[in-house]
Design a protein around this ligand. Structure first.
Ligand code: PNS
Length: 163
């Protein structure tokens, strides 16, 4: 039984994340999508909102569970008895940060491996930050995020414009 964790901020989940989730859950018996609950990162969406959107867009995947976490990722992985951490690599620019994170996690918990999946080339340019910027300026984000996320993001931007 292979239990894996795919951690991230998912602020909000994009088609790039969803591609990694769908491919990971073919490899793993159980995939836990760990949603970082860290207000220091000043997320646009609360952790509850991010978990809700992830639940909606992964409801067709029976071996995926969505869970918020705070604190160290290796502690969460140990607590959930996960064998490995999955991360997506989009481009060489991701590599330095991902390598540093994987090596730090290895120092903190050598029993938990980090496995990288290269992002589908179709989504290699895509990030939550870019999607939020396009939405903030009223651009069309249909090709970047699932419908449920598009709705939530557009609503959030409307609320922000009102304040
Ligand atoms: O989607 P992101 O923001 O690139 O995900 C980053 C995440 C959540 C994987 C990373 O910030 C994380 O693991 N945070 C938990 C704190 C931790 O364990 N830090 C030590 C490893 S660098």
């Amino acid at each position: 039984m292979l239990r894996t964790i795919y951690p991230g901020s998912f602020d909000p989940v994009t088609y790039g994340h969803l591609d990694i989730i769908e491919r990971s859950c073919k490899i793993a018996d159980e995939l836990i999508v760990g949603v970082l609950n860290n207000n220091a990162k000043m997320p646009l969406f609360s952790v509850e909102e991010r978990v809700k959107m992830l639940n909606e867009v992964t409801c067709h995947l029976p071996n995926v569970v969505i869970e918020p976490f705070d604190g160290l990722l290796v502690d969460f992985a140990r607590q959930r008895k996960a064998d490995c951490i999955i991360r997506g690599l989009r481009a060489i620019t991701d590599f330095e940060y991902e390598l540093q994170m994987a090596q730090t996690n290895h120092k903190l918990g050598a029993e938990i491996e980090t496995v990288f999946l290269t992002t589908n080339i179709e989504y290699s340019y895509l990030s939550s930050t870019t999607v939020k910027e396009i939405a903030a300026f009223g651009g069309d984000i249909t090709q970047f995020v699932p419908e449920a996320v598009r709705r939530e993001l557009n609503e959030k931007m409307k609320t922000k414009r009102r304040v």
